[in-house]
Design a protein around this ligand. Structure first.
Ligand code: ZN
Length: 155
């Protein structure tokens, strides 16, 4: 495949968060690198080693469908949170394609677009909260979400 370079990190996150989220749930909550974490990381490595081509095909198909339909995340709060995390320029390099539960984080200013990671859609809200909880921006975050939810209702 030449239209998307898939980082090994992204391949693993796709298996962990999209393909078998219930099996790997512990990894997103523990963060202690305990023996269960180590076992699951071993499972991930094994799956990627043995099914890498199939996984790349799945990712590629899903990404291309999202891209050709222009399914891009436009949540204002999320974009602001990404700016907070990576700076204005770093955020500008990232594109967020969504297909079902998967969010493909792609850097497109390279010769070939690079998939750097894959998020589950529920992590979008978490990213926003991580960036803004405890700051004076939370009130505007919630009012923007309320506004977006209303718009969805009336569409
Ligand atoms: Zn653990």
């Amino acid at each position: 495949m030449t239209d998307l370079k898939i980082k090994s990190h992204a391949r693993k996150r796709y298996v962990e968060r999209i393909r078998q989220p219930s099996h790997y749930k512990h990894l997103s909550t523990c963060k202690l690198n305990c023996s269960e974490c180590q076992k699951l990381n071993g499972d991930l490595q094994c799956v990627v080693n043995n099914f890498g081509r199939k996984i790349d095909w799945e990712i590629g198909t899903s990404y291309r469908e999202a891209k050709s339909n222009n399914w891009i995340i436009k949540d204002f709060n999320f974009i602001e949170a990404i700016k907070e995390k990576y700076g204005e320029i770093g955020a500008g390099r990232r594109c967020f394609y969504r297909n079902k539960n998967a969010v493909f984080v792609v850097i497109e200013d390279e010769e070939v677009p690079v998939l750097v990671t894959v998020l589950d859609i529920s992590m979008v809200e978490g990213t926003v909260l991580d960036a803004f909880v405890g700051t004076n921006k939370m009130a505007s975050v919630f009012s923007a979400w309320k506004f977006q939810a209303k718009q969805r209702k009336f569409r």
